[in-house]
Design a binder for this molecule. Structure first.
Ligand code: 6PG
Length: 485
């Protein structure tokens, strides 16, 4: 068998198939393999018919078809399947060959796999691929990390198939070593959770607060998509609101059960934020909001015990619509500020040299959170690569200030009316916390010292000196050790 293929892709679910077709469109010869080999034949006979795509019926056959260094991309379910394929592939490959995992793997698994595969003399890449089926087929956002030596061999393929922004730059670049690619993709997904929750809260405010129907909301989202909120998620929301049920022509969205699912990447983002001590409060609320939504039976029961009062907002409807838009925009700025704080902390902790403007560019097109807004973030980092907090960038500072009144009005009114807006309100609480030079943590430290001799620092002494007070006169003089997790 002549080695003629540029890359192998294992896993013929929809993402795998579409990536293969995308690679084929860009002139690469791909060999396709699937554990259930009948899927290979079905793919060649249907979607891949008339293309240059080759099918393999075994891993040895697949490997024999590959040019060197061999590039093998796994598009299989995250978890044990990835480890199993690595074990099957290692004896068939040779030093310098590259294994790529394009699934939503946990970054810690990727860190472990990079080390393991490199210990065998091969190279390993863990890459985020975002954009759903459509993105995979016509241009995803691709976030590769792992063994740096592999990048030159993957760059031509990945950058060719990735989405492009207006100036032609690909939404794919090297992210960093170890699990950096999967970490950035995980953060993308966390932000995706946040964006979706914010849009859902805006929808709830339009629906509950203003009594708008899906048909009435459709033009609202269409208009929002023309401005600073322009994004894929606003665009699909606009289209979802216009979609009618085939059976009776009523809005389909009203027929969908209000319990959200989740596959875990949002939860992982929050878990990592807890490890690193970074308050990504909006993403956390977005994850928990899905959990609250899943408590359907309890919600139905509680709604009978605590029936909502009239949730309608008084006053000019158009003015409210604009207030809600501004509250959504301000909350979104907070969410991305938090997401970038998280990536900065992770970079420091794991030793990655992340390019924050480059990440904004990778997310600018192709992925689920793609938006005009990411162009503004890219510009902020271009102007000031060391920017530690997005809110301090002049563009975002001005934007937040311009939205503040509406944001407070919307959150305040929603709270009074009993409309749940956890993401809008946690964003505002974070903002108010951040701009408080003094928080009540002095009292908290006093409480800790009172009951546990945990010590405190003083405002009139240099940082790093710890004091203990015998608050009751009955406690001892001995303090507990001072350490912070
Ligand atoms: C993407 C998506 C993709 C997937 C999510 C869904 O970037 O293309 O994020 O990775 O749709 O994992 O996540 P949930 O099922 O948890 O909502």
């Amino acid at each position: 068998m002549e080695p003629q293929a540029d890359i192998a892709v294992i896993g013929l679910a929809v993402m795998g198939q579409n990536l293969i077709l995308n690679m084929n469109d860009h002139g690469f010869t791909v060999v396709a393999f699937n554990r259930t080999v009948s899927k290979v034949d079905a793919f060649l006979a249907n979607e891949a018919k008339g293309t240059r795509i080759i099918g393999a019926h075994s891993l040895p056959e697949m490997v024999a078809l590959l040019k060197r260094p061999r590039r093998v991309m796994l598009m299989v379910k995250a978890g044990s399947a990835v480890d199993e394929f690595i074990e099957h592939l290692l004896p068939l490959l040779e030093p310098g060959d590259i294994i790529i995992d394009g699934g939503n793997s946990l970054f810690e698994d990727t860190i472990r796999r990079v080390k393991y595969v490199e210990s065998k003399g091969l190279l390993y890449i863990g890459t985020g691929v975002s954009g759903g089926e459509e993105g995979a087929r016509h241009g995803p956002s691709i976030m590769p990390g792992g063994s740096p030596a592999a990048w030159e061999h993957l760059k031509p393929i990945f950058q060719a198939i990735a989405a492009k922004v207006a100036d032609g730059s690909p939404c794919c670049d090297w992210v960093g070593e170890g699990g950096a690619g999967h970490y950035v993709k995980m953060t993308h997904n966390g932000i995706e959770y946040g964006d979706m929750q914010l849009i859902c809260e805006a929808y709830q405010l339009l629906k509950g607060g203003l009594g708008l129907t899906p048909d009435e909301m459709h033009p609202v989202f269409a208009e929002w998509n023309q401005g600073e909120l322009n994004s894929y998620l606003i665009e699909i929301t606009r289209d979802i609101l216009a979609k009618k049920d085939d059976d009776d022509g009523a809005p389909l969205v009203d027929k969908i059960l209000d319990t959200a699912g989740q596959k875990g990447t949002g939860k992982w983002t929050v878990m990592s934020s807890q490890e690193l001590g970074i308050p990504i409060t909006l993403i956390a609320e977005a994850v928990y909001s899905r959990c609250v939504s899943a408590m359907k039976d309890q919600r139905v029961a509680a709604a009978k015990v605590f029936p909502p009062s009239n949730p309608r907002f008084a006053g000019d409807r158009q003015a409210w619509v604009n207030d809600i838009r501004r509250a959504l925009y301000a909350s979104k700025i907070i969410s991305y500020t938090q997401g970038y704080l998280l990536m900065r902390a992770a970079a420091q902790h794991y030793g990655w040299n992340l390019n924050y403007g480059g990440i904004a560019l990778m997310w600018r097109g192709g992925c689920i959170i793609r938006s005009a807004f990411l162009g503004d973030i890219k510009r902020a980092f271009d102007k000031h690569p060391g920017l530690t907090n997005l809110l301090l960038d002049p563009f975002f500072k001005k934007a937040i200030k311009g939205c503040a009144r509406s944001w407070r009005k919307v959150v305040g009114t929603a709270v009074r009316k009993g409309i749940p807006v956890p993401a809008f309100s946690t964003a505002l609480a974070f903002f108010d916390g951040l701009r408080s030079a003094r928080l009540p943590a002095n009292l908290l430290q006093a409480q800790r010292d009172y009951f546990g001799a945990h010590t405190y620092e003083r405002v009139d002494q240099p940082r790093g000196q710890f004091f203990h007070t015998n608050w009751t006169g009955t406690g001892g003089r001995v303090a507990s050790s001072t350490y912070t997790v």
